[in-house]
Ligand binder design. Sequence first.
Ligand SMILES: [Zn+2]
Length: 331
Amino acid sequence: MEDKNNASMKAQRRRRQRVARMRNTIMMTVGIWILLSMVFCVGLTVQMIRLNHRIDELALNAVTVQQMADQMEEYKGTAKENDMQSYSLKEEGGTEDAPDGTEPESTDVIDPDNQVQEEVPQKVYLTFDDGPSENTAKILDILKEKDVKATFFVTGNEEESAKELYQRIVAEGHTLGMHSYSHKYSVIYSSLESFQDDFNRLRTYLTEITGVEPQIMRFPGGSSNQVSNIDMREFIRYVGAQGVTYYDWNVASGDATSQAYTPGELVENVMKDVVKYDTSIVLMHDASGKGTTVEALGPMIDQLKSMEVELLPITEGTRLIQQIPADSINE
Ligand SMILES: [Zn+2]
């Protein structure tokens, strides 16, 4: 009986021990699980923090890029505004900074045919944009004194003094070309209709004042200007349909750049390019505040004459100097 009791107690103890072992095993397993989960969670948290940092960095970069883009946009806007401002200043008789020559990407018209030929005199066409201005009479006086004919690409000005200047340009044998009535890029290049209005307003006005219908023009900023939001070919097509020829330039005096050239430097700028071409069309400006152009003109003509080039006004048949050639445009 005692034996039996002993045996049963032993069996009970063993069972308890087994249960205890199982409980320990389970608790250990659970413990390890919890520990592993915690390690895993900590790992995940660290990873998450790192990713968050990365996202912040990327976001910051994106903001910087966006800011840069905004700044560039703003800069472009300001450049255009400055343009407009300078021309409204002009209307008020203030000083202005003509944008031509600074706007187009390139002033070099690459034309393999336009090479200097031996024993054929080079042709040089002096052109003045943006007049009439307070300098027009001075320019005309110098041209008269030097017996040189040139080309004026003019804007619209209804003052009596301006009317006399348009007439004087024609009367003294120079070519009167159109530039634009308003010279406001934001207006004339805003739509084809707007361009047409400006074009016809100037053409009619000049014909009325001088009795001569202008046959040539120069686009403000040149035919390849980067200001127009509309494809320039739209305007080129229109101008062509009106029987008007446009001329750009292949020699820039630099009188419209922000760099303040001395008269001597303006002459140098012209001379170093004129030697390259059979036909040179020289860009200059007839605008208030461009006194250096007036000062440079006499010496420039003297130097050109010493090279024995022909100084001519643009007429029908003058070699086309066009940044976007008119004949490259399909009707
Ligand atoms: Zn201009």
